[in-house]
Design a protein around this ligand. Structure first.
Ligand SMILES: Nc1ncnc2c1ncn2[C@@H]1O[C@H](COP(=O)(O)OP(=O)(O)OP(=O)(O)O)[C@@H](O)[C@H]1O
Ligand SMILES: [Mg+2]
Length: 289
């Protein structure tokens, strides 16, 4: 799967929309979807493609910029062609909202527009490193919960937008149970701080590392996975064949288990294809040391 397909599958999984890799490829390949859940998959993918093209353009021009209309546009694209969407695509919520599984309360709807305005302005002016910027932006965006639905998905696209606009690859925050819980607790650990930011008690540019460190670490972990995929794909594109881990282990006279551990410790560059980890002897960085 490409990075973008992987991201789409997991972002939808976090939201509870589970599609197999085969199904996802078919939906994206055909570019049409009849079922509601498939329409959401296609719309997410297309919204991400369009947002990341712009982000990459900004990276090339060294001109990172998020705007309020752009945030609304991502939401509109996210629901383009999605039947039965009960709201106006791209429109802010017009009433209170509960953030699923969170204890913190989202601010009242009449504050949404101003809060988003201030969030994008601060993001544009911030000199924070891109991982910090993406983590803080995402945490604040999620607590504002500006739309009646789709806040998780739009927020994850905007997180990746920030990474790409700063020259990094997009990440797929995993929707599998353990990783999803890790993501939710990372957001929860910044809830109290973000509440104060939203009430105007604190400014996020002065944020200490602590409230956001969980989400920053999660971004870093997933960036390492994305970079492995970028490297492996480039390797395959230039004509080399990746090999299953057990074969490589035999080749270098190492136990399969040790090599697997080395992969998870990021001492070896590898990529999962068809449920199997693949690598190549050339990609090994002395896993035993
Ligand atoms: N403690 C928390 N604080 C802030 N945001 C959180 C917290 N826990 C989860 N979230 C965010 O809220 C999202 C889920 O909330 P909810 O289901 O209300 O969103 P939504 O508007 O339906 O978005 P989507 O339809 O994309 O899931 C998660 O995907 C996550 O991004
Ligand atoms: Mg939802």
């Amino acid at each position: 799967m490409t990075l973008l397909e992987e991201e789409t599958r997991h972002s939808l999984m976090i939201e509870g929309n589970i599609v197999s890799k085969q199904e996802l490829r078919k939906i994206i390949g055909e570019g049409v979807a009849s079922r509601h859940s498939a329409q959401e998959v296609l719309a997410y993918f297309e919204a991400a493609v369009s947002a990341y093209e712009l982000a990459f353009q900004q990276y090339k021009e060294n001109d990172f910029q998020l705007t309020k209309p752009f945030v609304r546009q991502v939401h509109a694209l996210m629901f383009r062609g999605v039947d039965h969407f009960a709201y106006e695509p791209g429109a802010w919520r017009n009433g209170p909202i509960k953030i699923a599984q969170a204890r913190v309360e989202a601010p009242p709807h009449h504050k949404v527009e101003k809060l988003i305005e201030s969030l994008v302005k601060t993001a544009n002016q911030s000199a924070a490193n891109p991982i910090r910027k993406a983590a803080v932006f995402h945490s604040i965006f999620e607590q504002i919960h500006p739309f009646p639905d789709g806040n998780g998905r739009v927020g994850r696209i905007l997180l990746n937008y920030i990474l790409i606009a700063h020259g990094l690859p997009n990440i797929a925050i995993k929707g599998l149970e353990t990783e999803k819980n890790e993501y939710f607790s990372a957001l929860e650990s910044s809830d109290a701080y973000v509440s104060e930011v939203l009430r105007g008690v604190k400014r996020w540019t002065r944020a200490q590392n602590k409230p956001f460190v969980g989400l920053e670490n999660l971004i870093c972990k997933n960036l390492a996975i994305s970079l492995d995929t970028v490297i492996c794909t480039r390797f395959v594109d230039s004509g080399s064949v990746l090999q299953p881990l057990d074969e490589v282990a035999k080749h270098i006279k190492m136990s399969y288990q040790s090599l697997r551990t080395a992969c998870s410790q990021k001492k070896v560059i590898s990529m999962k294809i068809g449920g199997r980890l693949l690598t190549h002897p050339v990609l090994l960085k002395k896993p035993t040391t």
